[in-house]
Ligand binder design. Structure first.
Ligand code: FE2
Length: 387
């Protein structure tokens, strides 16, 4: 693990998030990478502090009243290639307060870096997407950014950004803000999961296929991820090289309220459920985050003591006793294995949470762990009185 916030090399990225080769020239909507995960928070000032101190992110840019933006404060944080932007309302009539009143802390924008904003918007529009912002240039002394935005599930949007002609710290209007460099705890965003309403999963899978040229990855349906009480359906779409991966969940009918139902109720609609952060040292990352006070979902001893698990996963980098001590989950598929762990919700509402993932060849999402994970989530739901 390095102490820098330098961007991650392509080879590192291949290992971290599981890239595949593909022909970009045949892609109607070529996406280079995640540009940023943009949040609205009730208190952006303190939320930015949280991501620096608990998630090892480095503050790199800022916009707010001091830089001429009266409406809101905006903090930009980085860890490797991952960029988070935290926005909070300043002016009493800021629309961000209305968004926060409805949804609480959450993700408003999964911004994507693209080479040709106009090409992507033309394709998206022809395929029936709602264009929220037409392609336009924004410029300052560091150059020009071309941007546009389309609507996704709920009130989530995808801003499309071509920053090839821009050298500033984030976007025009932001000033460099050199926060104290932190020990980097993760290197990239691996995937961002959307929770959508009952019966809407296939609609959004088809949206990403048709409008954004995304391809279908692993598919989990029904029994794969049902516990006695809870059930959900999940499908995964990704851009051509798998650098941007969006699993989509919908609730399934079950005996009691599923975790997706709980999210939809408390977020008041569809939205981003969890963000998976790729690390090359999950033990070090979990240890540092726990020391900083981040809470992780517990996994019962029975998960580790099950002979079937030991038979299924075979040899992994870390002894199983150490995984057990840190409550880290492990899964293996035909391509390799992965280590993963999930935080408790990070805000007041039982909505957004994080996953840490360390991939060793596996391109999956921990299908073998879904049952154990959901049982852990249900124990938390029960404690909240929402099961
Ligand atoms: Fe995940």
């Amino acid at each position: 693990m390095t102490d820098t916030i330098d961007d991650v090399t392509f080879d590192q990225m291949r290992q971290l998030v599981g890239l595949v080769d593909y022909d970009e020239t045949k892609d109607p909507f070529p996406v280079k990478a995640m540009d940023a995960v943009v949040f609205v928070a009730g208190n952006a000032t303190q939320t930015a502090w949280f991501y620096q101190h608990a998630f090892g992110m480095t503050l790199v840019a800022y916009s707010g009243p001091e830089t001429g933006m009266r409406d809101h404060k905006s903090f930009v944080l980085k860890a490797g290639s991952a960029r988070f932007v935290i926005n909070g309302g300043v002016a009493p009539d800021s629309p961000l307060h209305d968004h926060h009143r409805k949804h609480g802390d959450g993700v408003v924008d999964l911004a994507l870096e693209v080479a040709d904003v106009d090409q992507c918007i033309a394709h998206a529009r022809a395929q029936g997407a709602t264009v929220l912002e037409e392609p336009h240039d924004v410029a300052d002394e560091f150059g020009t950014v071309r941007m546009a935005a389309i609507a996704a599930y709920g009130e989530t949007r995808h801003t499309l950004i071509d920053r090839s002609r821009y050298s500033g710290p984030y976007l025009p209007g932001y000033v460099e803000k050199a926060g104290r460099p932190r020990k980097r705890l993760f290197q990239a965003v691996d995937h961002c999961v959307g929770n959508v309403e009952l019966g809407k999963m296939d609609y959004w899978v088809e949206f990403y296929n048709r409008v954004m040229g995304f391809v279908n990855m692993a598919e989990f349906v029904g029994d794969d991820i049902a516990t006695d009480y809870s059930a959900l359906m999940s499908k995964v779409v990704s851009n051509g090289n798998h650098r941007v991966k969006f699993p989509l969940n919908e609730p399934a009918i079950a005996k009691r309220k599923s975790q997706i139902d709980e999210y939809l109720e408390f977020y008041d609609g569809a939205g981003c459920q969890h963000i998976a952060l790729a690390t090359n040292d999950i033990i070090g990352t979990v240890t540092a985050m726990r020391e900083a006070g981040v809470e992780f979902l517990d996994t019962p001893d029975s998960y580790y003591d099950d002979p079937a698990l030991r038979a299924r996963i075979g040899e992994v980098r870390v002894p199983i006793e150490e995984l057990k001590r840190h409550r880290i989950l492990v899964d293996r598929d035909e391509d390799g294995y992965l280590l993963q762990i999930f935080t408790a919700p990070i805000g007041d509402r039982p909505t957004v949470f994080y996953e840490l993932i360390e991939r060793h060849g596996s391109l999956g999402f921990g299908k073998g762990n879904f049952k154990a994970l959901f049982e852990a989530i249900e124990r938390e739901q029960e404690r909240r009185g929402n099961l």
